[in-house]
Design a binder for this molecule. Structure first.
Ligand code: ADP
Ligand code: AMP
Length: 230
């Protein structure tokens, strides 16, 4: 008997999913998004990273958002939604997509839903004392923008990037006051999105307290990447 294998093309493969990474600052969203990019060629945007680059280049947009970002407040929705729209339009491939740090409130989520469908929202859950610990020990390379952690993920040589050999720096919003502000902003504006996406049935819970590799294993397992990759 001949078995006909029908091509099921409506199944979204794990390496082509449209993902949102949601969670408090310092939960490891950027770290995990970079791993998906490196290992599975995902398109990755971090709205925070785009804003920091604009600030560093001293553009008009950078000047407009600098005080918000450095204080740990949310930048205006119109600016951030424009950034996302432009980036999504610029994609000319059918690879996976990770939105890291967007949406950050209900207005942004509703904006995204107007013309973009998300497969899964991964919620990186981490307790507050661990968040503060991670953010207080975070350093990054001003050249390649790789993040390190003095406690959990240190560079090979003291304060020097493993790849670029540039001196690592601290983000301006990783000060105790800005961290406190960012946590308050997260709890008030962003955390309600957990319920929003739960109700839509697209929320996946990730225990972000584990080591980086273990968190990545959870991510792969939850989005079924290993099983569906052909
Ligand atoms: P987010 O993008 O959510 O703000 P990051 O990815 O920048 O968070 O991670 C915050 C800090 O914690 C960084 O210094 C990073 O190296 C470190 N980190 C990330 N994931 C883990 C983890 N699973 N365990 C310990 N430290 C981590
Ligand atoms: P992050 O790199 O994700 O920690 O973001 C750093 C900062 O950039 C935040 O504290 C905000 O000031 C700003 N930012 C990033 N993403 C958004 C967003 N979606 N909406 C508003 N502000 C944002």
């Amino acid at each position: 008997m001949m078995v006909l294998l029908k091509k099921v093309d409506w199944v979204v493969q794990g390496d082509k999913m449209r993902l949102v990474f949601l969670g408090p600052p310092g939960a490891g969203k950027g770290t995990q998004a970079e791993l998906l990019k490196k290992r599975y060629d995902y398109n990755h945007i971090s709205t925070g990273e785009v804003l920091r680059q604009e600030i560093q280049k001293n553009t008009d947009l950078g000047k407009e958002v600098e005080s918000y970002v450095n204080k740990g407040e949310l930048a205006p929705d119109e600016i951030v939604t424009k950034i996302i729209k432009k980036w999504l339009k610029s994609l000319n491939n059918k690879k996976g997509i990770v939105l890291d740090g967007f949406p950050r409130n209900l207005t942004q989520a509703e904006y995204l839903e107007e013309d973009f469908s998300v497969d899964y929202v991964l919620y990186f859950d981490l307790e507050e004392n661990e968040i503060v610990e991670r953010l207080s020990n975070r350093l990054y390379c001003p050249q390649c923008e790789k993040f390190y952690n003095l406690k959990y993920n240190p560079p090979q040589n003291d304060n020097i990037c493993d790849k670029c050999e540039k001196e690592l720096i601290k983000r301006k919003d990783d000060t105790p006051e800005a961290i406190k502000k960012r946590l308050a902003v997260y709890n008030k504006n962003t955390h309600p999105l957990v319920k929003h996406y739960e109700e839509k049935g697209s929320l996946i819970h990730i225990d972000a307290s584990k080591e980086i590799d273990k968190v990545f294993e959870q991510v792969l397992e939850r989005i079924g990447l290993e099983e569906t990759k052909i």
